[in-house]
Design a protein around this ligand. Structure first.
Ligand code: TPP
Ligand code: MG
Length: 546
């Protein structure tokens, strides 16, 4: 087989039916070969930030590794934020870029560069393909590495002349990977959990990714443990309406420590290092609290804090094996107590949000509540909404796994593309993207693909005309009243951003909504529609200004 045919053959066998890319000269041998096949589509993004974000959302929707084609050094560099996000979110991607023709590479031709060097800091493994015969085995290895725990993006540099070579290369068969089995020492783990006076569980994103939500529910119910979502969770790792759900841990060590205080045993499942954001000078684990930790990646165990017992194995298989070993006579009483607290928290936030209906401009909590009120049961929410996103998590109770999509990566400009990819990967569920105005600006070109491929996502932009979160951070550092609104580089609102005009430029329908009840209606209607819609929602900003 010719190298380029071997590449297409392997893509097919790895389940790739869509390539997300933006081409240049060095990718033309690949895109030209794609023109000859009708079972692999090329999805064009007009900026590599959107390309990688689409692939990220798509991989999460399909549960398969997504394939990305970027253009040499420049295209790869533009895609790096997405690769950093995918690394943090453990999204399996195989990413390629065409290298310059090797016959003049030594003379440093235009756009060439150290592709593996550029990619290396953002991905889990790189391959510098130099011989046509190496391409198939390296591509196979890349697909295997992308999904091996910890899953993530893997990069291959493929010289354009190599792909165009007319030589016959062998293609190795696809390796079949059995799922990870349960960890050892489950007897000791169950003893620690069952004998705890006040156990807690931290549900990390590894739970949702491993399809282990139902198993974690059984573990929690067997011992009556309160379950907290990891800080800034990427997905649904525990059902939001379950009485044992204690909410999300805030992303500082101090906040985590305060929340875990009083729990003598904490079972931490599938979370990378707790993902603290702002520095606080303490350990997230209270003194005297024993940690039992489970992860599919041995490097996570005891990484940032000591563990009483570390379990390394498949998350789903380990939790399933643990369930029959767990039983506590106190479970029912603990569940009832936790359920009463959860219900009180829920009622309080509902009352607070509903009290703001009828006022304009909308308070962000009210806007988030109205979006949620318009969602159908099976909706998927893709969130890149920063300060409104945190409030959204309080009013959104999702039970269906896969219903919430976020990136702990924190590199902005991901949301629009990720929502499009999420919808492309699973067209049966309506997708609503909730975006900060700042975030939307980083990834605005992504809208082009929504229009081009008629992807029916509802894009809701929470428009406060500012980087509110950074103003809040400054105020938390320094509450001097002398600051008096003096923030450098944090305002977007002058001239005011009219996102309906941006949507119009891309050929996407839009509406500006200033009333909560109207927002409920617009979201409900849009999620039944077969075309994309952008909803521009002016909200109050820092200090209550609009
Ligand atoms: C690529 C990138 N650049 C800059 C930042 C820093 N940053 C974090 S949050 C933020 C502002 C987000 O603003 P917006 O989406 O409007 O949300 P708001 O704070 O107003 O809720 C910025 C610029 C980042 N995380 N990623
Ligand atoms: Mg903003």
């Amino acid at each position: 087989m010719r190298p380029v045919d071997a590449m297409l053959h392997i893509l097919r066998e790895e389940g790739v039916t869509r390539v997300f890319g933006n081409p240049g000269t060095s990718e033309l041998p690949f895109t030209d070969a794609l023109a000859e096949v009708d079972d692999i589509d090329y999805v064009l993004g007009v900026h590599e930030g959107s390309v990688v974000a689409m692939a990220d959302g798509y991989a999460r929707a399909t549960g398969r590794t997504a394939f990305v084609s970027l253009h040499i050094a420049a295209g790869l560099a533009n895609g790096l934020v997405g690769l950093l996000n995918a690394s943090r979110s453990r999204t399996p991607l195989v990413v390629t870029a065409g290298q310059q023709d090797r016959r003049h590479l030594a003379s440093d031709p235009m756009l060439s560069g150290d592709l593996v060097g550029i990619a290396a800091a953002a991905v889990k493994q790189t391959f510098d393909v130099q011989h046509a015969h190496d391409l198939p085995i390296m591509l196979r290895r890349a697909f295997a590495a992308a999904r091996r725990p910890p899953a993530g993006p893997v990069f291959l540099s493929i010289p354009m002349d190599l792909l165009a070579e007319d030589v016959d290369v062998d293609v190795p068969e696809r390796s079949v990977l059995a799922p990870q089995g349960p960890a050892t020492s489950l007897g000791s783990a169950s003893q620690l959990l069952v004998s705890a006076r006040n156990p807690a569980i931290v549900a990390g994103d590894g739970v949702g990714r491993d399809g282990a939500v139902a198993e974690l529910v059984r573990v929690a119910e067997a011992i009556g443990a309160t379950v907290y979502h990891q800080p800034m969770n990427d997905g649904v790792d525990f059902p939001g309406s379950h009485p044992l759900h204690g909410g999300m841990l805030a992303p500082t060590n101090q906040a985590i420590r305060d929340r875990l205080d009083g729990h003598d045993v904490v079972f931490i499942v599938g979370t990378h290092a707790f993902m603290a954001h702002h520095y606080t000078p303490v350990s997230p684990i209270p003194d005297g609290t024993a940690v039992v930790q489970l992860d599919s990646d041995p490097a996570e165990i005891g990484r940032n804090f000591a563990v009483r017992l570390g379990l390394c194995g498949g998350i789903r298989s380990t939790l399933a094996a643990l369930v029959p070993l767990l039983c506590s006579p106190l479970a029912a009483a603990r569940t009832a107590a936790a359920g009463a607290l959860a219900a009180a928290r829920w009622d309080a936030v509902q009352r607070k949000a509903l009290a703001g209906y009828g006022r304009a401009p909308l308070d962000p909590l009210v806007a988030a509540h109205a979006v949620v009120a318009g969602l159908p049961q099976d909706a998927v929410v893709v969130e890149e909404a920063i300060t409104t996103g945190v409030l959204l998590r309080d009013v959104l109770r999702q039970d269906l796994p896969g219903s919430y999509v976020h990136t702990v990566g924190g590199g902005l400009g991901w949301g629009i593309g990720a929502a499009i990819g999420r919808q492309m990967g699973d067209a049966h569920r309506p997708v609503v993207a909730v975006l900060g105005d700042g975030c939307a600006m980083f990834g605005l070109q992504g809208l082009w693909a929504a229009a081009r491929y008629e992807v029916p996502v509802t894009f809701v932009v929470m428009n406060n005309g500012e980087y509110r979160t950074l103003k809040e951070t400054l105020d938390n550092w320094d509450s001097r009243s002398t600051r008096a609104g003096n923030y450098v580089g944090l305002d977007l609102g002058s001239p005011a951003l009219d996102f309906t005009r941006a949507a119009g430029f891309f050929g996407i329908e839009s509406v500006r909504v200033t009333d909560a009840d109207h927002l409920v209606e617009v979201v409900a209607k849009s999620t039944r529609s077969s075309t994309p819609l952008l909803v521009d929602v002016p909200i109050t900003g820092h200090g209550g200004k609009s």
